[in-house]
Ligand binder design. Structure first.
Ligand code: NAD
Length: 290
């Protein structure tokens, strides 16, 4: 079993990006600038956003954190997005999800200018992905593709099962794995909460990408020997022995699944850091596309 080390791989990608930033600066070009908008103070969201801002600093990007109160009105949030869309200093920005219930996430996604949508959530970028046109790929699926690519994992002709059909992970992931690309050319089965006999489906899979948000859902009996398993899930569970008071669990019962796998991602240290690396890659792309 080989661990798909997202921490190490994202570190390598960040080094490459940092070198490009130095190059841009030497050419007298603008330093890439990423902004992140966060609404409220949800613990996990704050952690993710801070990690993204910190990653920007590490690669030499400029970053701006826009913190809005939990009770910010939808119109005020949309006005902020409009401001960022029209700010020439900002190359790309993200609005951290989830948003409070009184804000329509679709409206927010549509409000972000497609050429600054470095999370790759806008319908224009999703459409570009489907048509295999240049654009921003959704950060988490893009990170997974990068991870499989950099570990040289053969995907062509393989049976790939994606568990979960969210708009930000499962659905775009299924499209990327079926595209005619180096990482791609799989026969993809997209499964979800209404799927019957999931176990029978996953047992036949060469590659399983799990993104349903249920801790330790994928067990050893659901996986065939030699499978590649990518675990997107992140669930916080109480753990008084930790300083933070919690630990993170993936959607895969790692200890029993890992010995059967040819490759597997850990949680933490797998897909999470790759998502951040993708955001950096997309921000660099935003600058290059200008
Ligand atoms: P979501 O809640 O939007 O979607 C979950 C999907 O799982 C749904 O499509 C649902 O149909 C499916 N599902 C639910 N129960 C199922 C079952 N029993 N069998 C099969 N499918 C089932 O989730 P999401 O936003 O895609 O996130 C999924 C997980 O990934 C969460 O734990 C989230 O925290 C994590 N996540 C991690 C990263 C990262 O960077 N590592 C990024 C995004 C999301």
């Amino acid at each position: 079993m080989i661990l798909l080390d997202g921490k190490k791989t994202s570190g390598e990608i960040k080094q490459e990006i940092a070198a490009k930033v130095i190059e841009l600066k030497a050419q007298g070009k603008k330093t890439p600038h990423l902004a992140a908008v966060i609404v409220g103070a949800n613990g996990a969201s704050v952690t993710y956003v801070n990690a993204k801002v910190k990653a920007c600093e590490k690669v030499g990007f400029e970053s701006t954190l826009v913190q809005l109160p939990e009770d910010v009105s939808e119109s005020d949030l949309l006005a902020k997005i409009d401001e960022l869309n029209n700010d020439d200093q900002i190359d790309g920005f993200i609005v951290q999800l989830p948003l409070p219930d009184h804000i329509d996430e679709h409206k927010v996604t549509l409000a972000v200018a497609p050429n600054k949508d470095v999370d790759g959530f806008h319908p224009e970028n999703l459409g570009r992905m489907v048509l295999d046109l240049p654009g921003f790929l959704p950060a988490t699926p893009y990170g997974i593709v990068q991870l499989l690519d950099r570990y040289d994992i053969e995907t062509s002709g393989k049976d790939c099962v994606v568990i979960g059909r969210s708009h930000i992970v499962g659905s775009p992931m299924s499209i990327l794995m079926a595209r005619n690309n180096k990482v791609g050319n799989c026969t993809v089965t997209l499964t979800h909460s209404r799927t019957k006999n999931l176990k029978e489906i996953t047992q036949k899979a060469d590659i399983i990408i799990v993104a349903l948000g249920k801790a330790e859902y994928l067990t050893a009996d659901m996986v065939k020997d030699g499978a590649v398993v990518v675990d997107v899930g992140i669930t916080r569970v109480d753990d008084p022995s930790k300083k933070s008071g919690f630990r993170l669990l993936g959607d895969v019962k790692f200890d029993e699944v890992a010995p059967k796998c040819s490759y597997i991602t850990p949680v933490p240290g797998g897909v999470g850091p790759m998502t951040i690396a993708s955001l950096m890659m997309n921000t660099l792309l935003a600058v290059e596309m200008k």
